[in-house]
Design a protein around this ligand. Sequence first.
Ligand SMILES: [Zn+2]
Ligand SMILES: [Zn+2]
Length: 343
Amino acid sequence: MTQHSSNISVTPSCRYASEAGRGWPVGVTPAPGELLSSWLHRLALANGVPPRYFGRVLGLSGADWSERLDRALPKHVLDSLVDRAEVPAAEISGLALGPDPLTRLRLRLKIKPQKIPTSAPRITRLQYCPTCLMEDQAPYFRRGWTLATRVSCLHHGRRLRDRCPHCSGGIAPSRQDQLLPQHICVWCGCDLRKRTVRVAHDVQQLERLIEDLLRLHVAGYSLPEKSTLPALLSTACFTFGTEHKSIAQLPLRDRHHLFCQLAEGSMRNHLRPDHRATAFWMRLAQVAPKHTGLTKTLSKMLIIRTTARRDIRTVGISLTNLTQAITRIHTNHRTSMTKEKCR
Ligand SMILES: [Zn+2]
Ligand SMILES: [Zn+2]
């Protein structure tokens, strides 16, 4: 707009769409190991839309729109995201959980209806490590935290949380209706990053062993028996009070308690040892203290192989060894020739 004495002339600028195309104004790069819903919430916030309303931008309804996408990402939504967020399809698909070889071990979502009284407990099954969120430049939720076999952070060795430390509300970043980052509780507005205590060493060992076995399963290694590792781990039934639940149905508090008892070897009264799946859990707990970790074991094997190869090369270039070997071959050859003649 320009002004010349009493005359005002208005010059329309270019339309935003013709300047920026269909893409959203701000791009957000997915963080390592990030969960799809977490990236979508960060994308929404960066573009000035509270996560609660961003589902509508993608043509989705319901408060838990992003949690549903984690488990099943429809083709038309993926195409729309590729088009507007300008991130490759393979990278976006990699953030989602499905198709998922570990589906049976993912925590089941348990979201209460939106119209609940504010004093009622709100339950979701999203868990997180407060210390990880504290260290993030832009706090984000990890895919690994959706596994029921995780009760602590493998990086910090501290317990995970699945509730706000201030109001005990469930973790539900998709319901955020303000422009606030994901480490802020959607129910009370407090910071979720209150540090947790360290878990016992034995519990960490058991978790590490299960994590390593699951990695082998995802990489294609299968058990000699017919059943798969996730099937064995998920079909075991644990008794808490009068309830019998699988690992994926238990809240974090009960799973942590279960891991502590398994590590101490005091779960016998709560398990049916005749059942193959529960016996498998007990076997894991027994061998866990001796487990040194897949990475350590593999590196050790690599070092041994490399050293062995180096030894072979050293023997090969020794002139003395070479001449002795030739003499031995020559002698053996003559002996066998003599034997042939004697027959
Ligand atoms: Zn952590
Ligand atoms: Zn809260």
